[in-house]
Write a protein that binds this ligand. Structure first.
Ligand SMILES: Cc1ncc(C[n+]2csc(CCOP(=O)(O)OP(=O)(O)O)c2C)c(N)n1
Ligand SMILES: [Mg+2]
Length: 664
């Protein structure tokens, strides 16, 4: 039961038995006032309203198998747990319990008085544990990391100041297709109608303008009331899961405290949620078109996209590859979507930055079967150095198929995979380049460099690891490190917001504590969100953090014509001291400068059953030269005569605008 150990910081005046009083934005009178504005008020409201209100019980919700995911006994046991006691749930409680039924066991957030209804509902839930992050942006990143492993996540922030701080993080989840349910409390309807000057407002008596900003990061939006809460939760859950994108769920504080009306829905765990079926005629036509194209081409290679993982189709893909014998490659964004020990795995495809032999195998194929819709973004293709012919590619997007000039709509990835598995014959496929065992370069006294580091990290990674790589120079190396069986890899390749990886690694660690989470991050990125190391210690997460100290925003130097920019230098932190400063106890920390020190530290870290933090001193000499002018010109397109973008990059962008990126 690791989840709800009360940490030392929680045992003082900010008691765990209710968590009330942690915030009182108006008066700052912690404790008494907080209590009155929190549970007591809610209890009074509920008691007063229940007598005349519709009497519905959500006891059924607690019977979901997902209940076992909840490992969190302490503080909540002392609170009335409405779902367990069969009491009528408030709107906020219903929202939380309905999401819990999907198997979401944690909610990441920062509390706020307008969001107390949601905060208190989470605190009182038997199935969802409150996880306090250092900021809302951190919480959004953590929820993103959690959703990558658990399939979906809850983020809870307060009105305006909280939700807007989270916005970049949630937008990243939108771009990278992760269903994060963002719960946001608003001032009560009474307040909004009276139009007073309140905190978190622009002082003009208007209240709804922030909702539209937050809504831009969501594929579905719901403003809950007692009358609509049950139906609206079904709608937003269905939409978020169909699209694998965030949903924004808000409620005015008075509405959030009223009992829901109608028949509640118990829900099922994520894996049991029924998928929208494909249109049979369209599916049949798409399968026929793909089969014809495969038969007509001399060779076929598969690109397996990240969406295979987002939609939980890893086993289907494995069966498909076994049945057809087709070889597959993954781009950095799709890395380890299925185990990289799969015998059909070619390696990483990223244009000129591909693994040995992979570019030739993929670009030399007569047909590329793009399963899931690879993002041919600059950062995913060795800066558009891919040379794929759109006419030799069939793309199975999450909800439609594109074959030549024909689009087959209302056809879903899962159905296409399943049907193709039974339809395509066993095919001889591209030759898989022989893998050479990596030798370990460097002597024990040598100063560390990327050349000596990454081969050692490759050996350090172990089966079932969750490896989180930050945006930055590490992404020039990690994609080509082959991972052991069952290990997965996540990077925010498309959205690329630095700082994401540290809280995302925390979220991933919370999503599955049985697996080791290994974070590889640059120093500049880490400086943005390092304060969530405190949350890691507090909630007993045990990540291994590999901090790359080059004292610079290194990749920015590579991406600009000249180096040594004043804006790329960083404040010199003593990184390896951070875990202690942030209250982590029992962590193994080290600063390593030589190859021998690194070897010793990795050996210790692999044995240490708690958090580990290794500060790797790479230095500025490890930063590669700037990219050639021609590449930079193509990347930025700032001069009239710059080289045009390659066709697949532009074609894929057009797909995104016209197709699966715009489902609603
Ligand atoms: C939120 C955000 N701000 C700024 C950037 C621009 N940016 C991209 S990479 C990068 C530098 C990363 O530096 P570091 O983490 O130290 O990694 P390094 O490349 O040095 O290994 C910056 C500033 C960004 N992607 N996201
Ligand atoms: Mg750096």
């Amino acid at each position: 039961m690791p989840n709800k150990q009360p940490d030392p910081g929680d045992q003082g005046s900010v008691g765990v038995n209710g968590g009330i009083g942690e915030e009182d934005a108006i008066g700052g009178r912690i404790g008494e006032v907080g209590a009155k504005r929190g549970f007591n008020r809610r209890a009074l409201l509920r008691a007063g309203l229940l007598a005349g209100g519709a009497s519905v019980s959500l006891a059924a919700c607690t019977e979901s198998p997902a209940a076992s995911l909840r490992e969190e006994p302490t503080a909540k046991a002392r609170l009335a747990a409405p779902a367990a006691s069969g009491q009528t749930l408030t709107v906020a409680e219903y929202a939380v319990e309905r999401l819990a039924a999907l198997g979401i066991g944690h909610a990441f957030g920062v509390p706020g008085d307008y969001a107390f209804a949601f905060d208190n509902a989470i605190e009182a839930s038997e199935r969802v544990m409150w996880i306090g992050n250092a900021s809302e942006l951190n919480a959004a990143y953590a929820a993103d990391g959690y959703a990558r492993i658990r399939g979906a996540a809850i983020l809870c922030t307060t009105y305006a100041v909280g939700e807007l701080s989270a916005l970049n993080g949630v937008m990243g989840s939108y771009a990278e297709r992760l269903p994060v349910f963002h719960l946001v409390g608003q001032p009560s309807g009474k307040l909004q109608r009276a139009r007073p000057v309140t905190h978190h407002s622009l002082g003009d008596g208007t209240f709804r303008q922030f909702q539209s900003l937050s809504a831009a990061s969501a594929c579905a939006v719901a403003s809950l009331t007692p009358q609509n809460a049950i139906a609206e939760m079904e709608r937003v859950i269905s939409e978020a899961l169909t699209q694998r994108r965030p949903a924004y769920i808000t409620a005015a504080e008075d509405a959030a405290l009223l009992p829901v009306m109608g028949t509640p829905v118990a829900g099922v765990p994520l894996a049991q949620v029924e998928r929208t079926p494909s249109d049979p005629a369209s599916l049949g036509a798409a399968i026929a078109a793909i089969t014809t194209r495969v038969a007509a081409s001399a060779s076929t290679v598969v690109l397996a996209a990240y969406t295979i993982g987002r939609f939980g189709l890893q086993q289907q893909l494995t069966r498909f590859l076994d049945a057809t014998g087709l070889a597959y490659a993954t781009t950095p964004m799709d890395k380890a979507v299925i185990s990289e020990t799969n015998p059909h795995f070619l390696g990483t495809y990223a244009g000129a930055s591909s693994g040995a032999g992979v570019q030739e195998a993929v670009e030399g194929a007569g047909l590329v079967l793009n399963l899931g819709g690879v993002a041919f973004s600059d950062s995913n293709t060795g800066i558009w150095s891919d040379e794929l012919d759109p006419d030799r590619m069939v793309t199975v997007w999450p909800d439609y198929v594109q074959a030549g000039g024909t689009t087959f709509s209302s056809v879903y990835l899962a159905d296409v995979l399943e049907r193709l598995t039974g339809t395509l014959p066993k095919i001889t496929t591209a030759k898989i380049p022989a893998r050479t065992a990596t030798s370990l370069p460097g002597g024990a006294r040598d100063r560390l460099s990327s050349a000596t580091l990454y081969p050692r990290l490759a050996r350090f990674f172990r089966e079932n690891d969750i490896v989180i790589g930050e945006t930055g120079l590490c992404m020039s190396y990690l994609p080509n490190v082959q991972l052991p069986d069952g290990a997965v890899f996540h990077n925010q390749t498309l959205w690329g917001s630095i700082g994401w990886a540290t809280p995302a690694a925390f979220g991933a660690a919370m999503a599955d504590p049985s697996r080791r989470a290994v974070l590889v991050t640059g120093d500049g990125s880490h400086q943005q969100t390092a304060n969530d190391i405190g949350a890691m210690g507090r909630y007993r997460a045990k990540p291994v953090i590999i901090l790359l100290n080059n004292s610079m925003y290194g990749i920015e130097e590579v991406l600009s014509e000249k180096q040594g920019h004043v804006y790329d230098f960083l404040a010199p932190w003593n990184y390896y001291e951070l875990p202690a400063a942030f209250g982590c106890t029992g962590w193994y920390t080290a600063r390593v400068t030589t190859v021998g020190e690194l070897d010793a530290a990795l050996a210790k870290a692999s044995q240490h059953d708690n958090g580990c933090y290794l500060e790797i001193m790479l230095g500025r000499s490890d930063i590669p030269a700037s990219l050639p002018d021609a590449v930079l010109d193509m990347l930025y397109q700032t001069a009239p005569a710059d080289r045009a973008l390659p066709p697949v990059a532009s074609a894929a962008a057009a797909e995104t605008v016209n197709g699966s990126g715009q489902l609603s």
